[in-house]
Design a protein around this ligand. Structure first.
Ligand SMILES: Cc1ncc(COP(=O)(O)O)c(C=O)c1O
Length: 459
């Protein structure tokens, strides 16, 4: 049987080549066994991230030529604002250079020192931007999300009992806002149901007067899962699902580098005039004028077009099914992966893949480096290295999920690339006992997974 059929044909290609075995061995050592430190030209298939790695369409490239590079009042800004209003239903939009720029503005304006920002599992930059103004991010995702084998269809859902407990313990005034991520990245690309979004908003906004802010970065992929899995949404167009989702929030941050099919960009959007006024006055300090926010006019045009394009049903169906295709090739050979297969990536369960390694030897980091060495496929650690240290005790935190993320760039790789990747992992699984662990020899202060370095320890 063939993989999912691509709803596009290829007009431009970029050659890639497999580095020799000797070069792969050297390259991963030069990179301190950290795939973030590999040179791109040493990589054959780059599954490090789906962020900023999409292939743009002819329509987006045509839009790039219409970049209005005026410092103020660029027409591309207004096109982007209109796209956000049409697709997401928010009235106000503040552009930023990428998602973390929006996280910065939102957190800085909404969080007071000592406050909590409960969220359905942390994301690295989101957690840091909550901590920098003095906040903490407790996890309120349902327990099923922490179990890689559990096949709950909406593993990204929020557990309202956990939220109630926080309110009972600390009082609602201690909560800055509730943060809901779409298609939860660190849980394996797992969606949130419409029912859950509706209930969280009613609980927060109506009962406790708390704001709900979305991380809407992968909201189009989440909307596809709602259409595919949630009763009553089978016949509703993606764009209507998206608008209903966003109606259960006060605002969102959005990294356009994912579902908007572009290489750079982001924004925050809101229904709330006060959030808009505050963040618009600060965007000029950190990002750029409020009509470009760190993006060139041409970039805003590509985001505006990509936001609309990324909601097309045929595209989303192919996208989600390509990820599933890779996942199913692995499941067939009993490779331990997070189930169900999520939207943007296949996640390997490193604790089951390399059970001979203690957590202190960073199994996911080890596995990610070993995959590169075997085949030139670049993946990413999403486990204890990413999680970092406890803010108070300074101890390493070992989350239940110790994963390697094989992230699929949008419209970039063919199904044959997926097959090549699966073959490498299956081969590695057969000799998993021979893979030695790692020790961390360099640890930067912030977001250590990006730049930390490791050495092999003897088996
Ligand atoms: C869920 C989520 N939120 C926020 C961000 C940050 O966005 P950016 O990388 O554009 O700064 C990312 C990026 O990977 C993400 O996956």
């Amino acid at each position: 049987m063939h993989g999912p059929v691509e709803p596009f044909k290829i007009k431009v290609v970029e050659p890639v080549k497999i580095p020799s075995e000797k070069r792969r061995q050297e390259a991963i050592r030069e990179a301190g066994f950290n795939t973030f430190l590999l040179l791109s030209e040493d990589v054959f298939i780059d599954l490090l991230t789906d962020s900023g790695t999409s292939a743009m369409s002819d329509n987006q490239w045509a839009g790039m030529m219409l970049g209005d590079e005026a410092y103020a009042g660029s027409k591309n800004f207004y096109n982007l604002e209109k796209a956000v209003q049409d697709v997401l239903g928010y009235k106000y939009m503040v552009p930023t250079h990428q998602g973390r720029g929006a996280e910065h503005l939102m957190s800085k304006n909404l969080i007071k020192p000592g406050q909590l920002v409960p969220r359905n599992m942390y994301f690295t930059t989101s957690k840091l931007h909550v901590e920098l103004p003095g906040g903490t991010m407790p996890d309120i995702i349902i327990d099923e999300a922490h179990d890689p084998e559990n096949t709950h269809p909406f593993k990204g859902n929020i557990d309202l009992n956990k939220l109630q407990k926080l309110i009972d313990e600390y009082g609602a005034e201690k909560i800055a806002y509730i943060n809901v991520e779409m298609d939860v990245n660190m849980a394996g690309g797992q969606p949130v149901s419409m029912e859950n979004l509706r209930k969280v908003y009613e609980f927060a906004n109506k009962e406790h007067k708390l704001k709900v802010i979305f991380d809407a970065t992968r909201s189009s992929e989440n909307a596809y899962f709602i259409k595919d899995r949630e009763k009553g949404y089978e016949d509703i167009p993606i764009i209507d699902i998206l608008r209903e989702m966003m109606s259960y929030s006060d605002g969102c941050i959005y990294s356009a580098k994912k579902d908007c099919l572009v290489n750079i960009g982001g924004f925050l959007a809101t229904h709330d005039k006060e959030i808009f006024e505050k963040t618009r006055s600060e965007v000029v300090v950190y990002e750029g004028l409020h009509t470009y926010g760190g993006m060139a006019g041409r970039d805003m045009e590509a985001v505006a077009r990509g936001l609309r394009e990324g909601t097309q049903y045929e595209y989303l169906k192919y996208r989600i099914n390509q990820t599933r295709y890779l996942g199913e090739l692995l499941i067939k050979e009993n490779i331990p992966v997070v189930k169900p297969i999520g939207g943007h990536a296949v996640f390997l369960n490193a604790l089951k893949f390399l059970p001979h390694l203690p957590r202190e030897q960073w199994p996911a980091q080890t596995l990610s480096a070993a995959i590169y060495e075997d085949s030139g496929v670049r993946s990413m650690e999403r486990g204890a290295v990413s999680k970092g240290r406890d803010k108070i005790t300074g101890e390493n935190i070992f989350p239940k999920l110790e994963l390697v993320r094989l992230t699929i760039p949008r419209r970039v790789y063919t199904n044959t690339h997926m097959e090549y990747t699966a073959e490498s992992i299956i081969r590695l699984y057969e000799r998993k006992d021979t893979i030695p662990g790692l020790k961390m020899v360099h640890e930067p202060k912030y977001l250590r997974f990006f730049q930390s370095r490791f050495e092999q320890v003897n088996l």
